[in-house]
Structures are given as structure tokens and as C-alpha cells.
Write a protein that binds this ligand. Structure first.
Ligand SMILES: Nc1nc2c(ncn2[C@@H]2O[C@H](COP(=O)(O)OP(=O)(O)OP(=O)(O)O)[C@@H](O)[C@H]2O)c(=O)[nH]1
Ligand SMILES: [Mg+2]
Length: 418
């Protein structure tokens, strides 16, 4: 169930509208990225058109005249499909297809298509299919509407509408089934995560724009054998691995799905359970491709998705990757205090990154001193379980302990803290 034909390589025309404050140059850069997405999806870009407008046309996204011009362009280059850089409303794509005489799809459809190709696990596939269905449902069309309007009257349905209704009902049933399946999978995942959390190891998630080098980094630390590809959205199923920091402290490191500008909300929603691990992390290592045309914009795009999934409260460490091919990396680090730079490929800066991660975790888990009466063996046990006990001395009536406690757990031991 994909949106782009794959029996042959489709010929594609890209269309962008620069709506202020987006400049023409910026829109061109967005089209560069869209071209990369289209290429990843397995089609060929044969032409591109950019227009400046104060706002998108509600009926046709580009202006009517521009749409006519697009038809001429599409004819001239023999394009199969026209891809628009923004999400089109169902009405817009209908109107455009009428004018253009060929398929009109949007950036969202391209991204959904790539995700569909890259989903391999049961959960990944279910999540992508759900996102695709939610995208397609409002776009279902048939000749039904016109027919039923002609027929008129309650209870009289044109044969077209019946088919459309049947299709709709079938898809809705599938949505309900997928939602149930995903809820079940999410419960399983949560149980697994709880078991892992019982080890009380700090959890660190690698987040970042797609193709930034997250999986490469996880592999270089842990031999995780995660698929690395110069391809967008290579990772859809997050992996978690155990890793030891320079101080000997063990942590869990989790790779996750890459983000992109205008990541379809249907996908963000469908991937909620996969992204839960990000929300629950103690620290996010935000990997940035320093060689990208506009790393700043990618950082913003990632942060906006983090906000959407409710993970913007988790402390973030910016790590500028690919220094081997980005002479500008140092400038980026200077501009972002507290950030580090590295090359996941050559290994340069890896040790410094780990040392910084260890520092940040220590800062998140301050050392407290506690005095616990001897009859509260349960508290001593809990401290050993949930914190890192640095020293323990036995006094006349109590145990005096120094322990590193992560802030969220510290409150429970408040009455014993001195
Ligand atoms: N030159 C250079 N290339 C790198 C570096 N790190 C990663 N790459 C390359 O960047 C591409 C993407 O790497 P991945 O590790 O798959 O990126 P990712 O962030 O996991 O991407 P998604 O899973 O698609 O979100 C691959 O071709 C890597 O070889 C680096 O430090 N320097
Ligand atoms: Mg990856």
C-alpha cells in the first residue's frame, strides 16, 4: 500500500511556494531536501518550479495561472506525478489533478511512502499503515458524490457512493484493528521498558534529523549492528544497548527514528509508542549533521517534533557530527554553549562526547547525604536499588550514607537527607 508507483521510476516535477517569512532561497533549499526524499522513495526529479505568494491558494495551492503553467511543464518533460512541498488539502489535490491531468501528491505522501518501504518489524509496519490510512481516509474519492447528488432524496444512493461508503467502512475497520494491535504492542513495550528501568541505569536517547549519524554513533559505541545507510529514515525501529561511560558507570543508549522538517503529524501520532522511550530518557543526545546546508534549521525541526511528542522537558546535549567533512563545525559549537563536536565515522571526539555525557548525568543526579535509622533497612535497600551509593558508615543509631540520586527519585528520601 504505497503512494508512489514502483513498477518503474516515476518522473516527478517538484513544486514549492515561498510564503513569507520563507524566502525564495529557503524554499529552493526545501526543494533540495524534497528532491532527496523523492529520490529515496525511488523516483526521478525531472523539473522543479518555485512560486512566491503571500499565502497558498485555498483551491489550488499555487495560483490558477501557475497551475496551468505547471500542466505545460509537466507535458514538456513527460512527468507522471507532481509533488508539492506542503501538505495539500484533499480539495487542493483533487483540483490540481483535474488541471494537471496527472497525479498530484504532497511531501507528506512522499515521507509516508519512504516509511512504508523501511518498516520491517510488526510494530513498524502497523504504525506506518495506520499513518497511511489516516492520510488516505479524507482523500478517498469516487464518483459517488456527484451520483448521489443527482439521485437526491434520503435513502437513495448512487452505486458510486455505495462503493465509496464500502471502501470507507473497510478502511475504518482496519484503522480500529491497527489501533488495537498497536495498543497491545505498546503495552508489551512498556513492560519490557519497566523491566529495563528496574536496573535503574540512566537512559540516554540519540535523537536528530534523519541521516545525521545516530545509528553510526550507536554502532561505534556498542557494536549494535544497526543498519546505517546514506538514505533518509533508515531506522524505524529503535534499538537500545548497554554502554559503559569512562567513569565505569553503565547507561542505556537508545537509537531512534530520524526527524525531518514537516514530519507528517499522522506519523508522529502513529509512532507515539516508539517515541515514548525518548520522553522517558534522562538525557537526549541531539546529533546534528554539521555538513548539512542549514544545521540551524534542522535543530529547530528536531526540537519542534520533540515538543510535539512531549519530550521537550528532557535535558538535551547538542553533538555536532561529521566534523571530518564539515570545516564549519567549530563555529557551530561556539554558537551553542555546552555542545560538543565529533565524527562518528572517524571516531574523533567520541571520548569527549562520553565524558560530557557522564558530566551531564552527574549534574542531573546530585550527591546527597542521608542518615537512615537502623530499623529502616527498607530505605537502605531502596537507596542501593535506585541510586548510586558512594559511601556507607555505621554510627550509633543509624547508617550515614552518601548517594547519587536522580532528581525525580530524590524527593522520596527527603526525610532522611541531612
Ligand atoms: N563523513 C561522515 N559521514 C557520517 C558520519 N556519521 C555518519 N555518517 C554517514 O551518514 C549517513 C547516515 O548515517 P546513519 O547513522 O544511518 O544516520 P541516522 O541518523 O541513523 O539516519 P536515520 O536512521 O535515517 O534517521 C551514512 O552514510 C553514514 O555513513 C561522520 O561522522 N562523518
Ligand atoms: Mg538510523
Amino acid at each position: 500500500m504505497t503512494l508512489i508507483e514502483r513498477a518503474f521510476r516515476e518522473r516527478i516535477v517538484l513544486v514549492g511556494v515561498a510564503v513569507p517569512p520563507v524566502t525564495l532561497d529557503e524554499e529552493e533549499a526545501h526543494l533540495d531536501e524534497l528532491a532527496l526524499l523523492v529520490d529515496t522513495a525511488g523516483a526521478d526529479v525531472v523539473d522543479r518550479v518555485v512560486q512566491r505568494r503571500d499565502s497558498p491558494d485555498p483551491a489550488t495551492y499555487v495560483g490558477k495561472g501557475k497551475a496551468e503553467e505547471l500542466r505545460e511543464v509537466s507535458l514538456a518533460v513527460d512527468a507522471d506525478t507532481v509533488v508539492f512541498d506542503d501538505e495539500l488539502t484533499p480539495a487542493q489535490s483533487r483540483n490540481l489533478e483535474k488541471i494537471l491531468g496527472r497525479t498530484a501528491i504532497d511531501r507528506t505522501a512522499v515521507i509516508l511512502d519512504i516509511f512504508a518501504q523501511n518498516a520491517h518489524t510488526q510494530e513498524g509496519r502497523a504504525q506506518v499503515e495506520l499513518a497511511l490510512l489516516r492520510y488516505r481516509l479524507p482523500r478517498l474519492r469516487g464518483r459517488g458524490k456527484e451520483l448521489s447528488q443527482q439521485a437526491g432524496g434520503i435513502g437513495t444512493r448512487g452505486p458510486g457512493e455505495t462503493q465509496l461508503e464500502v471502501d470507507r467502512r473497510r478502511l475504518l475497520r482496519r484503522v480500529t484493528k491497527l489501533e488495537a494491535e498497536l495498543r497491545q504492542l505498546s503495552r508489551t513495550r512498556r513492560t519490557q521498558r519497566k523491566a529495563r528501568r528496574r536496573s535503574h541505569l540512566p537512559l540516554i536517547s540519540l535523537v536528530g534529523y534523519t541521516n545525521a549519524g545516530k545509528s553510526t554513533l550507536l554502532n561505534s559505541f556498542t557494536d549494535a549492528g544497526v543498519l546505517v545507510e546514506n538514505r533518509l529514515f533508515a531506522t524505524l525501529d529503535p534499538r537500545t544497548r548497554r554502554l559503559e561511560l569512562p567513569g565505569g558507570e553503565a547507561v542505556l543508549l537508545s537509537d531512534t527514528v530520524g526527524f525531518v522538517r514537516k514530519l507528517p503529524h499522522q506519523l508522529v501520532e502513529a509512532f507515539q509508542s516508539t517515541l515514548e522511550v525518548v520522553k522517558e530518557s534522562d538525557l537526549l543526545v541531539h546529533i546534528v549533521d554539521s555538513s548539512a546546508p542549514d544545521p540551524g534549521e534542522q535543530i529547530e525541526a528536531v526540537r519542534s517534533v520533540l515538543g510535539e511528542i512531549g519530550a521537550d522537558h528532557v535535558p538535551e546535549l547538542l553533538a555536532f557530527n561529521k566534523t571530518d567533512v564539515a570545516p564549519d563545525a567549530k563555529r557551530l559549537v561556539d554558537r551553542h554553549p555546552g555542545s560538543v563536536m565529533l565524527s562518528a565515522l572517524t571516531g574523533e571526539g567520541l571520548d569527549a562526547l562520553l565524558a560530557t555525557v557522564a558530566d551531564r548525568l552527574r549534574a542531573l543526579a546530585p550527591v546527597v547525604e542521608l542518615v537512615v535509622p537502623y530499623d529502616r533497612g527498607d530505605v537502605v535497600a531502596a537507596l542501593h536499588r535506585e541510586g548510586e551509593v558512594l559511601s556507607e558508615t555505621h554510627e550509633a543509631h543509624a547508617t550515614r550514607m552518601r548517594a547519587r540520586l536522580r532528581t525525580e527519585g530524590a524527593g522520596r528520601f527527603g526525610e532522611f537527607v541531612v
